[in-house]
Design a protein around this ligand. Structure first.
Ligand code: NAP
Length: 322
């Protein structure tokens, strides 16, 4: 089938879209495929009728594609994730069936690393508080609270993969002393490797978390790690909410165990605990790591390109390993 456009095939492949996607991605999908938009949750009868014909699933980084859903799709051939994190997909169940899973690595490294540095600066230099201070016209009567210097500080990166390394490159321009943890040291990375998050946290002032989510990292940033980071320490989480023990973080922020936190991801998105929303030493963003027009378009294109590769018999561009 190589070289044959999916749109030229006699039977248009049928896809189940399991998450809201950008309009341009949906339009492009509808040109080449028969698209069933979230019928597995919205329209059980339509889903039951279409399920035997569905050959592809399109998800995003937050969507769930559990074993039970995969089992309901006997004709499934490919799962394409709009996002680099695929912790919502039961990859083992897909691979057992010989169904490859694709994601969108690399194209979002710059944006997520930019946001990590932005959050680090925002929480340490109190940028949101300073903005509110000016807007409330408090400036004529008071001096803003002093922030914390970032340049030259000690930075620990939890996860030194594609995005972790992009964060390290940026931090180097701030003359930061950089160390990291990951299950194994990276041959191409010169920074000091620590065996775990707690020993890394004890050695740094700023801890940025950028590992995958899922069972292996669940609750990795716990009360012990936060205690090691200490009362002068700041936490930045741009990974997944599941990586941080959120109740332990709230307690650490409340009691001064750490100085502050900047969070792009949360345990139960889009719901953020009232305790976090009320805290003054916290900066919160709504999971916007890759949320620029340019990057979301590149991610969407990679989703489309992976599907096209699959349905025209070409090699997948970015399959995930496990
Ligand atoms: P990557 O290249 O696969 O890097 C992951 C890093 O985490 C590697 O250094 C890996 O090293 C380390 N790691 C994995 N499991 C670990 C564990 N159990 N303990 C300690 N370290 C572990 O992934 P990436 O492209 O940089 O993306 C990382 C994650 O960022 C994604 O999976 C996603 O969850 C998150 N993300 C968030 C946003 C957002 O909008 N906020 C956007 C994009 C991505 P070892 O394998 O040696 O342990």
């Amino acid at each position: 089938m190589a070289g044959t456009s999916a749109s030229n095939m006699t039977a248009r492949p049928e896809l189940l879209v399991v998450a809201p996607l950008m309009p341009f991605v949906m339009e492009a999908l509808r040109r080449d495929y028969t698209v069933h938009d979230r019928i597995h949750t919205n329209d059980p009868a339509a889903f039951a009728a279409a399920a035997p014909r569905i050959r592809g699933v399109v998800a995003n980084g937050e969507a769930k594609v559990p074993r039970e859903l995969i089992a309901r799709l006997p004709a499934l051939e490919v799962i394409s994730v709009f996002g680099v994190g695929y912790d919502g997909v039961d990859v083992a169940a897909a691979h057992e069936r010989g169904v490859p899973v694709t994601n969108t690595p690399d194209v979002l490294n710059d944006d997520v690393a930019d946001l990590a540095i932005g959050l680090l600066l925002a929480v340490a230099r109190r940028i949101p508080q300073a903005d509110r201070f000016v807007r409330a016209d408090e400036w004529p009567g008071a001096a803003p609270t002093l922030g914390r210097k970032v340049s030259g500080g000690r930075l620990g990166i939890v996860g030194m993969g594609r995005i972790g390394q992009a964060i390290a490159h940026r931090a180097a321009a701030f003359r930061m002393d950089i160390a990291y943890t990951a299950r194994s040291p990276r041959a191409n990375v010169n920074h000091t490797h620590y065996p775990d998050a707690a020993s890394l946290a004890a050695a740094v002032e700023f801890l940025v978390v950028i590992t995958p989510g899922g069972a292996a990292t669940r609750g990795m940033i716990d009360a012990r790690v936060l205690a090691a980071l200490g009362p002068e320490g700041y936490l930045v989480n741009v990974a997944r909410g599941s990586v941080v023990d959120e109740p332990a973080l709230i307690e650490a922020l409340r009691s001064g165990v750490i100085a502050g936190a900047a969070l792009d991801v949360f345990a139960s998105e889009p719901h953020v605990p009232e305790a976090l929303r009320a805290m003054p030493n916290v900066v919160l963003t709504p999971h916007i790591g890759s949320a620029t027009r340019q990057t979301r378009e590149a991610m969407g294109q990679l989703v489309l390109d992976n599907l096209r590769a699959h349905f025209t018999g070409a090699p997948l561009l970015t399959p995930v390993d496990a």
